[in-house]
Design a protein around this ligand. Structure first.
Ligand SMILES: C=C1C=NC(C(F)(F)F)=NC1=N
Ligand SMILES: [Mg+2]
Length: 214
């Protein structure tokens, strides 16, 4: 049941933190993205101006409520303590965050996403109980300062050819111009930051992206 649900939710996965919203209120950005049809949200508070402690908690709480009202699962990036404190729907961790097997123990049956760049990392994440893998960067990205080299949609094909059959979401420089290639390569969905958060008209940009995913 959860496995099937995860695939459903992965199709248009919006990731955002205060640093991605320019001078716009992150709550309004999220509301417009939800109106445009996102299927999953991840709160990712990163960068030198990243909110911390009480401020971060308060924004996370507001974004979580917006997701709850829209029945969109609310994920937290990296910060397992915050995810547990908020009783978030899940957490996403990278290879340099807390090991997925420990996060799984602390998160119980919540959604656990893990970033993987190699087949070995994918096998380890699956062994540790990951519900989905974030694979990328597919295209060059400006949203992650320490991103690895873009590998193209072939990266997703490679994971599928290697019998990695768990839910996969592609990440990295994905826009409405290239989203289709990522799905055709075998991803269950696409995750985006600036293609939505940086758009002039957020709802329209989200709707346009969504049309490419059918
Ligand atoms: C670094 C990341 C890689 N992948 C993902 C996701 F799209 F959720 F899988 N989220 C991240 N924060
Ligand atoms: Mg991380």
């Amino acid at each position: 049941m959860k496995q099937q649900k995860i695939e459903e939710h992965l199709s248009l996965y919006f990731i955002m933190g205060s640093a991605n919203c320019g001078n716009r209120d992150p709550v309004d950005v999220l509301k417009q993205a939800i109106d445009g049809g996102i299927t999953l949200f991840q709160y990712r508070e990163k960068g030198e101006a990243a909110l911390k402690d009480r401020e971060k908690y308060r924004l996370a709480e507001k974004l979580q409520r917006v997701c709850a009202d829209a029945e969109i699962p609310f994920m937290v990036n990296d910060d397992v303590e915050l995810a547990i404190e908020l009783d978030a729907d899940g957490v996403h961790v990278g290879q340099d965050d807390e090991a997925a097997r420990f996060v799984r123990r602390r998160m119980g049956n919540k959604i656990l996403g893990v970033s993987a760049h190699t087949i070995d990392e994918a096998h380890q994440a699956i062994h540790d109980g990951a519900d989905y893998l974030g694979i990328g960067p597919i295209f060059p990205t400006a949203s992650k300062a320490d991103a690895k080299k873009a590998q193209g949609p072939e990266l997703i094909k490679h994971f599928r050819n290697q019998e990695i059959n768990v839910p996969i979401v592609g990440i990295g420089g994905i826009t409405s111009a290239n989203a289709q290639e990522v799905i055709e390569a075998g991803a269950d969905g696409v995750s985006v930051i600036s293609a939505i958060a940086g758009a002039e008209n957020i709802q329209k940009a989200t709707e346009e992206l969504k049309t490419k995913l059918r």
